[in-house]
Design a protein around this ligand. Structure first.
Ligand code: TRP
Length: 327
């Protein structure tokens, strides 16, 4: 069995883009792999959070993992801060990572632009991410395009360490998540990625939006003055984005999706899309709410899964300590 590792930061509310781009794929990976899905709460400290919000968001993500069909008996789902080995290994790896490498990270450059909080955590963020991945002997890391550079750096660090101390780490491979889904754009700004933090509230469908809001947001989604439904990112970004969403949820290709609507109006298309989205999201929300009402059960899962993670992580950390000469 191959080991798959990925993580999500507990900042802000998750969007339908996060779900279609990540959780939906992860669910399908768990049958044939040993899957480990982390809520990377330590990474979230790189920006200022309200502590109560951070706690709630962290637990919500665990419940959303489960609501999305990730089975805590099959996969390990846990909070990063519950496993101290992440921070420990991160320190060791930071001594094998060059300032030059970290300075070249696009995400660091983007996040430090116009920021008055360029802290060391933000800079060494990819080292902690490398520790996350390498602690579990990970073979595959399913992430979006925007994390590719970080996984590549992780590979560099692993190879460097192995070259000095002999084979210690599995060198992970990136698994680019569903090409279609990672391209889900804002409903009002369909040339930009759908974002948790968009200023326009109609731009983003959140996973926990009410049915009424979902309907209204799709109805208001920008289209164009043409009347035909086909995929063309350049001239029809709005319709193309809605088609992508439709195709991802129904597991159809773009061509098949175009055919479904070849003689339909924009109004009919949106009506069908609303139905497909609600059919996917409402059952997930129902499960989420059930879990929310059985918080003891959820806390139990968090504790038991953390134990499983700790066992694997500590073994690997010990091995690394031995190699570098820590007693
Ligand atoms: N940096 C990732 C993101 O923002 C989250 C993350 C942290 C992660 N550690 C990871 C993803 C390890 C995959 C593997 O999306």
């Amino acid at each position: 069995m191959k080991t798959v590792f990925s993580g999500v930061q507990p900042t802000g509310n998750l969007t339908i883009g996060n779900y279609l781009g990540a959780f939906k794929n992860w669910r399908d990976l768990q049958d044939e792999n040993r899957c480990i899905f982390c809520v990377v709460d330590l990474h979230s400290l790189t920006v200022r959070n309200n502590p109560e919000d951070l706690k709630n968001n962290s637990k919500n993500i665990i419940m959303l993992y489960m609501a999305a069909g990730i089975d805590p008996e099959k996969s390990i789902i846990y909070l990063q801060s519950n496993v101290s080995a992440h921070a420990n290994l991160s320190w060791v790896l930071s001594c094998y990572t060059y300032i030059g490498e970290l300075s070249r990270m696009t995400q660091f450059k983007e996040k430090s632009e116009n920021s008055d909080n360029i802290n060391n955590g933000l800079f060494s963020y990819p080292v902690l991410m490398a520790a996350d991945i390498l602690l579990y002997g990970t073979d595959f890391v399913p992430v979006g395009e925007d994390q590719k550079q970080h996984v590549e750096l992780c590979r560099e660090i692993a190879i460097r360490f192995n070259n000095i101390y002999g084979k210690t780490f599995t060198v992970p491979e990136i698994l680019i998540q569903s090409k279609l889904a990672t391209r889900i754009k804002g409903l009002q700004n369909p040339t930009k990625k759908m974002s948790k933090s968009s200023k326009d509230k109609n731009d983003t469908i959140f996973l926990l939006d009410t049915e009424k809001d979902i309907i209204s947001k799709i109805k208001k989604a920008v289209t164009d003055s043409d009347t035909r439904i086909y995929f063309d990112k350049e001239t029809k970004p709005g319709i193309s984005n809605l088609l992508t969403m439709y195709a991802t949820i129904t597991n159809k290709s773009i061509e098949e999706s175009e055919k479904d609507f070849s003689d339909k109006t924009y109004g009919q298309f949106k009506k069908d899309l609303i139905e497909v989205v609600l059919n996917e999201i409402i059952p997930l929300q129902n499960k989420f709410n059930e879990l929310k009402n059985s918080i003891d059960y959820v806390n139990n899962i968090i504790e038991n899964n953390a134990k499983k993670a700790i066992e694997i992580a500590n073994k690997n950390l010990e091995n690394v300590y031995k190699k570098v000469g820590l007693l």
